[in-house]
Design a protein around this ligand. Structure first.
Ligand code: UD1
Length: 383
């Protein structure tokens, strides 16, 4: 019996996580698997350089459905995605909804699926920062509270889920699909234009990214952070691919200090080329701390918490905080050559997606696990 998987992607950090799952599903199908998928793009990110370029570079097929939700407040995006995804499910119900990460699209589709009696599998389930002021933390908690099957990236995540009372038989420690994509594309990374424009040299420049509302939405905070980064970089060039949220705020401020190269968001292959050859990365992203850990690049996280503790306990990441003055001692350590070397966390080996598809085959192939297939679920909903 054909089993239909809905694969949900909505925002930039989702695309590198779904790419290897799609490839693993295609490989399984070529070997006779009955798993099929429907790729659903919620449209949360819609700019070419926030979405389309990732599809092209990572060879992701065009979405089967685009919900086209676009920009809006958290509630507007959540409501828009739920309403539109529900229509898709009412037209044709799927056998499982696979969501990845912690963006608004993840939570909205998980809720919708469960209410339509579709089981939910959460790739990167179990992460917790403990910071309830972050929309992503709410998304993680809500999603995990209704998830059937958890595909996890770390022992920390497994422990968090056990603490929540999740039955161990529904937790599958598979590794990290974002790192699957990194390993697959390492040799394809390509020099961005800024390399020659700014005359960059290997390990002699910084890369920064900033997009968290509490870092970039306040003018004072944003300029204080950037001022401190420029000051403590001691004249080393800094490349700053600017997220649209941050760009809007910077445009208002007219802020452009010397040595800071502000550019448009980069494609996956160009961004990771820059990171791989950088001396260090300064960021408020979560995913980038995983990539720097695997590439052995020093990373300073401008946040007060992290949901990816293994990037600190094992990797090259340090949690600096959001007070700009806190950066100084870390930069000094870097300039003195005292940065830790780090190691790659367990199972971050490029095979996470293969493991996920293996588990899905077993879970969906066993009717007692899923309770019912899409046909019987559809019948149940029809009065
Ligand atoms: C979202 C995720 C965050 C992730 C980040 C990566 C949530 C809650 N947050 O935050 O976890 O790290 O993506 O980028 O889901 N915009 C554009 N073009 C686009 C997309 C957005 O101009 O293609 C603008 C929007 O109009 C909005 C701002 O960027 O003003 C923020 O976009 P939004 O999707 O709301 O959240 P992000 O800050 O990108």
């Amino acid at each position: 019996m054909i089993m239909l998987i809905d694969l949900i992607a909505g925002a930039r950090p989702n695309f590198m996580k779904i790419a290897p799952i799609i490839e693993a599903l295609e490989r399984a199908r070529a070997c006779g698997s009955s798993l099929r998928y429907r790729l659903i793009h919620t449209g949360q990110h819609y700019d070419r350089n926030m979405s389309e370029s990732f599809f092209e570079q990572l060879g992701i097929p065009a979405p089967d459905v685009n919900l086209g939700v676009g920009s809006g407040s958290q509630a507007e995006q959540t409501a828009g995605i739920m309403t539109r995804y529900e229509r898709v499910l009412l037209e044709r119900v799927s056998d499982v909804c696979v969501v990845v990460g912690d963006v608004t699209s993840t939570m909205a589709c998980a809720i919708t699926a469960r209410k339509c009696l579709v089981p939910v599998a959460h790739v990167e389930g179990g992460l917790r920062s403990g910071d309830w002021a972050m929309p992503e933390e709410i998304n993680r908690i809500v999603t995990d509270s209704i998830t059937n099957w958890f595909f996890t990236t770390s022992e920390f995540a497994n422990k968090n889920l056990c603490r929540m009372g999740v039955d161990k038989k529904n937790i599958f420690f598979v590794g990290n699909t974002m790192i699957d994509t990194l390993f697959k594309n390492l040799m394809r990374f390509r020099k961005p234009q800024i390399w020659s424009d700014a005359d960059l040299r290997e390990k002699e420049y910084f890369v920064i990214t900033l997009h968290r509302p509490n870092n970039v939405d306040g003018e004072k905070k944003l300029t204080a952070l950037l001022d401190e980064i420029v000051r403590s970089a001691r004249g080393c060039p800094i490349v700053f691919p600017v997220h649209p949220r941050t760009a809007k705020n910077l445009a208002r401020l007219g802020f452009a200090p010397n040595g800071l190269h502000m550019i448009e968001p980069l494609g996956y292959l160009e961004f990771n080329y820059l990171v791989k050859h950088a001396w260090a990365v300064i960021t408020d992203s979560g995913g980038i701390t995983e990539e720097t850990t695997v590439m052995g690049v020093p990373c300073m996280t401008l946040r007060d918490s992290t949901e990816r503790r293994e990037t600190i306990s094992l990797g090259t990441n340090e949690l600096v905080g959001t007070d700009p003055t806190m950066l100084r001692p870390y930069m000094e350590r870097l300039f003195e050559g005292g940065w830790k070397k780090g190691a790659i966390p367990p199972l971050w080996d490029g095979k996470a997606a293969e493991r996920i598809v293996g588990h899905l085959e077993r879970l969906l192939g066993n009717p007692s696990d899923t309770k019912k297939g899409s046909e019987s679920r559809a019948k149940k909903r029809t009065p």
